[in-house]
Design a protein around this ligand. Sequence first.
Ligand SMILES: NC(=O)c1ccc[n+]([C@@H]2O[C@H](COP(=O)([O-])OP(=O)(O)OC[C@H]3O[C@@H](n4cnc5c(N)ncnc54)[C@H](O)[C@@H]3O)[C@@H](O)[C@H]2O)c1
Length: 474
Amino acid sequence: MNKLNFLFFSFVLVLFASCTPNVKQSDSNDPSRYVIRTEIPERPAGQKDVLGLVTPKMDTVRVGFIGLGMRGPGAVRRFTFIPGTKIVALCDLHADRVEKTQTILDNAGLPRAAAYSGSEDAWKELCQRDDIDLVYIATDWKHHAEMMIYAMEQGKHVACEVPAAMTLDEIWAIINTAEKTQKHAMQLENCVYDYFELTTLNMAQQGVFGEVLHAEGAYIHNLKEFWDSYEGDWRLQYNKEFRGDVYATHGMGPAAQIMNLHRGDKMNALVAMDTKPVNIPEYMIKERGMDRDSAYQFANGEHTMTMIRTEKEKTIHIQHDVSSPRPYSRMYQVSGTKGFANKYPKEGYALEAEMVDEDVTPDHENLSAHSYVSDEVKEALMAKYKHRIHRELEEKAKEVGGHGGMDFIMDYRLIYCLRNGLPLDMDVYDLAEWCSLGELSRISIEHNSAAVEVPDFTRGGWNKIQGFRHAFKD
Ligand SMILES: NC(=O)c1ccc[n+]([C@@H]2O[C@H](COP(=O)([O-])OP(=O)(O)OC[C@H]3O[C@@H](n4cnc5c(N)ncnc54)[C@H](O)[C@@H]3O)[C@@H](O)[C@H]2O)c1
């Protein structure tokens, strides 16, 4: 945090401490009361927002990839199945990873790409090429913002793996660069394309749940088997140094879309809490021979929870846990006035009977909304509300794969929108909102779970677009 931020912060904290906690219900959503605020930098003169940004149609999208570790080569492979793309360049610190990825192109019968490796900065040469339209980044978290900003400054659109930014300073710098250059900056959040999430989004958009008031999401995934595989141990080291929800986007993405964030609603404030860390420090002691005192210097809590309240008086609950022996879960729950959806551990819907048409269910006895609808009704609902994206892409997505197909759909949609001059499914403000949980939840936790304002990253434009929608050419 810079000095100005800190002073402002302290001032608000003093106010916070001296206020009487006697808040009327009507005041409780007033974003100016009892919150810690971070600085919202003014939009530079002459710069305009990129809400609904469209850029000229492209027949072929020419792509350069940076970061070919565990995640990157899968993206290169998926692109070999997407029409209207050309894989122009590949970059990684390690030449052997570039070479191994070239074999994906060989196997697909495509020409080899230009190769960049061997230095920390080789990726800059890739960004400087004049025959690339899109830079696709799958490196560690600490490089994301720098690479996105540089690529946009070189006139490229950027797509970046999650989380695309780790601090508020990085987020504002990415927004300012996207606005200045009028380039797309998309975060590669795949979970918004999962079958259950996208079908549920469609149901919500058709009013099946009534008014959606609450959503939940999470990243609960025991990464014990993976820690040793990240290049230079970047992921464990990041968790060691930073408290808060450092990986919020898988939970946030689907929740944010169903809540229409910056498309008619916005997050006002959040509070966060975490448990002490135990399993990772114990792992460091047992597996890495670290002494107990150093191991327990670990910053990131075992379980972190963030609760968010929106302008339209709705709530979102996001969780993070990468070390407990729990089954994988992204939670994903949606609670509306007329219905409810739940993804883990078993997908299900609960609905008021009036929300289900006769063509979907023969048995209204099961629809009291006291329990889940039967499996038959659920299947019928999912068939009826299958999203257009899935209707068009499901078969190909399952063939190509990548987390069951959602990775392919994500890449396909990015290229489809670029080729057709359409707004992307996820814009730079989505990136900002979903990534902001990292630093904002840390600030809350470090101040005894005090409320922290969520900045309006659109700087006044959050209500211009009404309702989240995917764009189609026809
Ligand atoms: N969306 C998902 O489901 C999902 C799944 C896995 C990983 N991810 C994300 O993908 C990203 C990459 O994760 P990973 O598991 O592949 O990590 P990794 O450590 O396996 O790979 C990172 C790669 O980046 C390269 N790299 C680092 N600095 C570089 C530089 N200066 N120039 C060029 N290359 C550089 C490394 O050499 C390495 O090959 C992370 O952001 C992660 O969170 C997302």
